[in-house]
Every structure is written in structure tokens, then in C-alpha cells.
Design a protein. Structure first.
Ligand code: MN
Length: 493
């Protein structure tokens, strides 16, 4: 996976046709033409025509062999936000499924950042999207990866903010979803902007440590290949992998900067057909070289929470040098690289990968706990808030969290008491709705007020959910009764 600097629609179609022979290339080209026309006359900060951005993001996903429907939505992802073409136009031309994916991305963009609230808002933004459709997240990651690759055209402050957010929010979520390739790209592209000095130092150290090792690793690979094959194991591939830069940096921190304790700077990965072959390969390697005690990890029988499976072992190889091996099947390799994205991609033979059970509730709850741990100073947030809260947007892009089934009236009181009291109607996602409508995650809500109105409607008590709306409405009820009573009992002038 890499970032195309001058992507073209032809190279995209070519890529897609290598994994999905049934893909309708004409409609993908049409989608591209549509997006290109919509963005006509717009340019990126780098000076390139705008269309280069969605096209490059689409290439990133094609490298992951992602379903063409997601790629089409990626080509269109900035259209409703930045051009005069609307979501309705997209729905008319490309159908509801693609329009809904694009709408998910558009909603993510509606949010504006405010100082220290940034982390929390990002977290919510992600949840709103994930609750709706994980495919939106996949597009968002590709979008962000391409934006990171062009950060140098932005003012330093803005570049820093985007990189920091990618490193602290996007990358961990990609990791939790098992999308390792995307996680590494998000990290390595952000690293230089967030920690420039450490980046330079790490890159130098990485080069220095790897330099001159090629010959040695070739020898190790040859020896291992020979023994694995002569044991009758049908080895699919065996190759060396350099540890990704940011991940190396993180490990150095954990090992108190003792670079000699980082054993997996280069790891050798063996891919074999079956789980039984994995354990057989492990046996061969342990017979060949003495394993380092305490370094063997069986993630096949005990997968990581994000689904990662593999055997890891570290051995004293030739000349007593320490080498890490990772052993896994092709399916495990796919899952390790693409994570949940593998559920929307095509396998080697051009067939769509079978959809595996995606345990959303579990995934979300775990990410949530992790993130909330970091945000522990924001005490008002309960760990289970996702189950009981929804997140809706103001037209200006602020996130408002409300209890499930909250109404536009709850929303209005959340904004301001006066807006609640004078509330006369509501527009949700650009449509007029009744005031007792249940709001849903991701809705954009606008409140209409009647400035002549003085008191809230008592009937609202039948459907409002928030404490604050109830209290305000009741207070008015009391005041009105009191006024009526006073009027009745006070002597007339
Ligand atoms: Mn974009």
C-alpha cells in the first residue's frame, strides 16, 4: 500500500479489475467524471486540481482490494460538502447506498473543533460514524491518509493539529479495528509533524540498525526455507519485514531507549496454508535455533482483542543473533493487514470475502473504555454512554449529546432555555418534523422559534426526555398557575 502522487482514473480501474472481474468499470468511470466535474475549478492547497484527492484516496482502498461501491463513495466523498452538487443528486445518479456512505462522511465533516474539547468531539464523531456504518470509517481513514501525505502545503499549526489528531485518535481506532496497514500509515505520516526531533533521531537509528543486515537476513531466510520445505510443509512465502518507524519509536520508549532490546526491528514472516502448518513450522524453527525464553506468543489459540492471529517466536539464529519470526496463514495475514476492512474486500480469486461476524457492540465498548480512560478528567461521561446517549449536530457543526429518543424540544433546551421556551418547529436533516419526533444519531437539527411565544407547551412534558427540558417546562407551568391565581385573588385596581 502506498500513496499515488499522480493517480489517474485508468490506473484505478486497472487496479480494481485485478481483484474484481465483475466490477462495472463504466459506472466507476462515470462516478469519477461526475466528481471531477463537480470539483471543476477547485484546487488543493498544494495547487493540484481537487479531484486528485478523492482519486488518491480511492487508490489507497483499491490497494486493499476494497469493494467498488466503497471506492465509488470515496470518489464522491467531498462533493456535497464542497460543491453545488447535493446528496440528492448523488442518490439520483448512483443510488441510496452510495449516497448514504457519502452522507456519513459529510456528517463527519460538519463537526468543528474547539480547544481541549477536541479529543472528546473526535471520539463522538467517530462513534456517530461507526454506529452508522463501518464503511464510512474505512473511507475516512483513506481520506485522512491522503490528507496527511500533503500536510506540507498547510500552515504549520494546522498541519500539527491534523497530525496530532491522526496519531492520537485515528490510528488507535484503526488499530483496534485490526486495520494494521492503515494504522501504520496514519502513524508514520503524522510522526514527523508531531515529534519532528524524535522522528529525525528514530529514522537515523532505524537506518543505522538495519544497514548491512540484508545479507544476513537473506541467509537466515534461505536456511529456514530449506528446513521448512524439507519437513514437508508447503510454505507459501517467507520474507523479512522492517518494523514501521513510529512503532519502532514507541518500542524504544518502552525499552528505555535500549535499541538492542528491540528484537523485531526486522521480523521474518512465514505464510503457510493451515493452522497445523503454523505449529509445524514453529517446531522446525525451534529445532533449528534455540528460542529465547518467554518470547513465544500464541495468538492463534488466543487472538488479540482486535482479531489478530499469528505465532510469534524469537530465536538465537546463526552467529547467535536474535531474530523474530511470525508464522500465520493467508487468512490471518489478510485479517492482520486489513482488519474489519477485510469484510469488504475481495480475496485472491476475485470472490468477495465471506462476511464474518462483526461484533460491533463489543468493539465499540472496548474502544470507548480505552479512550475514556484517557479522558478520565471529564467525569460526567459514563462508560456506557453510547448505549444510552445519542449525538446530534447543530447546523454550525457542534455536537450535542442527548438521551436516546430525545426530541427536538430537548435539543432546543440544551442549546438555550429561551430557545426551548420559544420553540415552534424543527428541521431535521433539512426536513420539517414534528416536535415529538425521536432524534437519531447523526441528525442535524435546527430549531425554529416564535419570538412572540412566551411559554412552553405543557403537552411537551409527554415526550421530553431531559431533566432540563422537564424542569423548564414545569417551572413555566407553575409560573402560569401562580399568575392566574394571583390575578384571581389580588384585588382589582
Ligand atoms: Mn476528503
Amino acid at each position: 500500500m502506498h500513496i499515488e502522487t499522480s493517480p489517474t482514473i485508468n490506473s484505478l480501474l486497472k487496479k480494481i479489475s485485478t481483484y474484481d472481474q465483475a466490477a462495472d468499470l463504466d459506472i466507476i468511470r462515470l462516478t469519477y467524471d461526475f466528481a471531477k466535474q463537480a470539483h471543476e475549478g477547485q484546487f488543493r492547497k498544494s495547487g493540484e486540481p481537487y479531484i486528485i484527492h478523492p482519486l488518491a484516496a480511492a487508490h489507497i482502498l483499491a490497494d486493499m482490494r476494497i469493494d467498488p461501491v466503497i471506492i465509488m463513495a470515496t470518489l464522491l466523498h467531498d462533493v456535497p460538502e464542497d460543491t453545488s452538487v447535493t446528496l440528492d443528486d448523488i442518490a439520483k445518479n448512483f443510488g441510496d447506498e452510495i449516497a448514504s456512505l457519502v452522507s456519513g462522511i459529510t456528517k463527519l465533516g460538519k463537526l468543528k473543533y474547539r480547544g481541549v474539547e477536541r479529543y472528546l468531539e473526535n471520539l463522538r464523531k467517530m462513534f456517530v460514524a461507526m454506529a452508522e456504518d463501518i464503511r464510512v470509517m474505512i473511507i475516512k481513514f483513506a481520506d485522512r491518509i491522503h490528507n496527511l501525505s500533503t500536510l506540507s502545503s498547510l500552515p504549520p499549526q494546522k498541519a500539527y493539529r491534523i497530525a496530532l489528531e491522526s496519531l492520537e485518535i485515528y490510528a488507535p481506532i484503526a488499530g483496534r479495528l485490526g486495520m494494521d496497514q492503515m494504522k501504520s500509515m496514519l502513524e508514520d505520516l503524522s510522526f514527523a509533524y508531531v515529534f519532528p526531533k524524535e522522528y529525525q533521531r528514530t529514522i537515523a537509528l532505524h537506518k543505522e540498525k538495519i544497514a548491512g543486515k540484508e545479507q544476513y537476513f537473506h541467509e537466515i531466510q534461505d536456511i529456514a526455507t530449506k528446513d521448512i520445505e524439507s519437513a514437508g510443509i508447503p510454505l507459501i512465502s517467507l520474507s523479512g519485514r522492517n518494523k514501521k518507524l513510529y512503532s519502532f519509536y514507541q518500542k524504544l520508549i518502552r525499552k528505555n531507549n535500549e535499541v538492542n532490546k528491540v528484537y523485531d526491528l526486522i521480523a521474518i514472516r512465514a505464510i503457510v496454508p493451515t493452522v497445523a502448518d503454523c505449529y509445524a513450522t514453529l517446531g522446525v524453527l525451534h529445532k533449528l535455533w534455540k528460542p529465547l525464553s518467554g518470547r513465544f506468543k500464541d495468538y492463534i489459540s488466543q487472538p488479540k482483542p482486535n482479531g489478530y492471529q499469528s505465532l510469534h517466536t524469537t530465536v538465537f539464529a546463526k552467529d547467535n543473533q536474535i531474530v523474530e519470526f511470525q508464522i500465520r496463514t493467508e487468512d490471518m495475514e489478510e485479517e492482520a493487514s486489513f482488519g474489519v476492512a477485510a469484510h469488504w474486500h475481495y480475496d485472491e480469486h476475485g470472490a468477495k470475502a465471506p462476511k464474518r461476524e462483526v461484533q460491533w457492540a463489543k468493539e465499540l465498548a472496548e474502544i470507548q473504555k480505552e479512550m475514556l480512560h484517557k479522558l478520565s478528567d471529564l467525569e460526567e461521561i459514563k462508560v456506557n454512554f453510547l448505549q444510552t446517549r445519542i449525538f446530534v449536530f447543530t447546523p454550525a457543526g457542534d455536537v450535542i449529546d442527548l438521551p436516546e429518543n430525545a426530541s427536538p424540544v430537548d435539543f432546543a433546551y440544551h442549546i438555550h432555555t429561551d430557545i426551548g421556551n420559544k420553540c415552534s418547529g424543527a428541521i431535521v436533516n433539512e426536513k420539517m418534523v414534528r416536535l415529538d419526533t425521536s432524534l437519531k444519531n447523526g441528525d442535524v437539527v435546527e430549531i425554529l422559534t416564535d419570538k412572540n411565544r412566551k411559554t412552553p407547551n405543557e403537552d411537551w412534558l409527554k415526550f421530553v426526555k431531559t431533566h432540563s427540558a422537564k424542569t423548564h417546562i414545569r417551572n413555566h407551568q407553575k409560573k402560569t398557575k401562580m399568575a392566574a391565581w394571583l390575578k384571581a385573588v389580588l384585588p382589582k385596581k
